[in-house]
Design a protein around this ligand. Sequence first.
Ligand code: ARG
Length: 465
Amino acid sequence: MWGGRFAAGPSDVMRAINASIPFDKALWRQDIAGSLAHVAMLGRQQIISAADAEIITAGLNQIGAEYAEHGVAEDWALEDIHMHVEARLAELIGPVAGRLHTARSRNDQVATDFRLWVRDACDAADAALHALQTALVARAEEHVASIMPGFTHLQIAQPVTLGHHLLAYFEMFARDRDRFASARARLNQCPLGSAALAGTGFPIDRDATAAALGFDGPTANSLDAVSDRDFAIDYLSAAAQTALHLSRLAEEFIIWASQPYGFVRLPDSFSTGSSIMPQKRNPDAAELVRGHAGRIVGCQTALMITMKGLPLAYSKDMQDDKPPVFEAEGLLMLSLAAMTGMVADTGFDTTAMRKATERGFATATDLADWLVRQADIPFREAHHITGAVVRLAEDKGVALDALALADLQAIDARITDAVYGALSVDASVASRTSYGGTAPDQVRLQIERARTYLSERTTAAGETL
Ligand code: ARG
């Protein structure tokens, strides 16, 4: 392609280090779409003849059909996907193929292709998050009033409902969807026509190519357009944050599935056995989701470090932008599918969850609150009295509501029979009616809100899911 200036061909090592086709062939659809938009515009602007534009368009369509059927055959001498398409076009239509590259460069071409690819990746992540949220809401609805221990420091803290716990993740994933939507909105400007770095003297119509490719408009600075990859970093950062949320949910399932907890039985479809210990049901899928989060964060770091300190405009370092994005996307989409399957199909052992809640003095705060409300005791003093009650229950090896009234009154005479109404886990949960709290009524309200969100939320492209 640049043989005019070079006497000898590249060495094998040069060829190997330079070739991006092994990974950027994933951009073939975007590359052909970009070329089709470009050539249509060249024809309309009479930069090339209408007849040539028609021949090139037919050739590009044929290449698209070939790739769809057989994939892209790699030839390292042809470096990247852009040159593969152009070389095949020359085979098919002869020298007229050379007119396609008028008024553009591989620099604006790859920036355009990659934005199109990342835009689709944002939409795919959004749809997968929607499916995961739908699964969470369905399970939350089943377990609006199922009692489980709420933890802080992984110590039993206060009773909560499983529905409430699951909806916490619904909220996280809603924010992740906003992050992808915001990344998508920012990237949706078309670099095509920025050419190598400075724009072009040909009378191109950038609004037309931008519109043809579904962009909101053309980018405003050609130097910026060919040389920033912040849109890819935005995607990776949304992906990394989503992966962090997924890994926390995965970790919950791993903990809950271990025998001392026994809160869940993971579905066969998401567990594996051990080759040596027949009793094992390992939460491999959840562990891999937890592990993948590390790799996805690594991908974001990789691209940020690649971009750090690069002067304007394009440098070949930027060819390394694609592998971390492709890798992260694959890992993220698998993780989303795996967690959606696990959420949908896991069996929750609500009896074990309730038992654990009752074991952990989880209603100690309720006793302190009762002392404040019923006996008008300052909270700090109530906390102190409750501490003595917990110590006594611990010594006797019983739950708080199994202590005799006489024993309670020996600690503080102001305690009456009415206290037992506050000590059950059900009473505790039912009492937390503040907005966003764990009371079943509140959880029901949040499920309604979630259902409205799921039915009204549209994709960034404006479609309903
Ligand atoms: N394969 C290249 C990339 O992905 C395309 C741009 C090449 N531009 C250049 N000036 N060598 O970055």
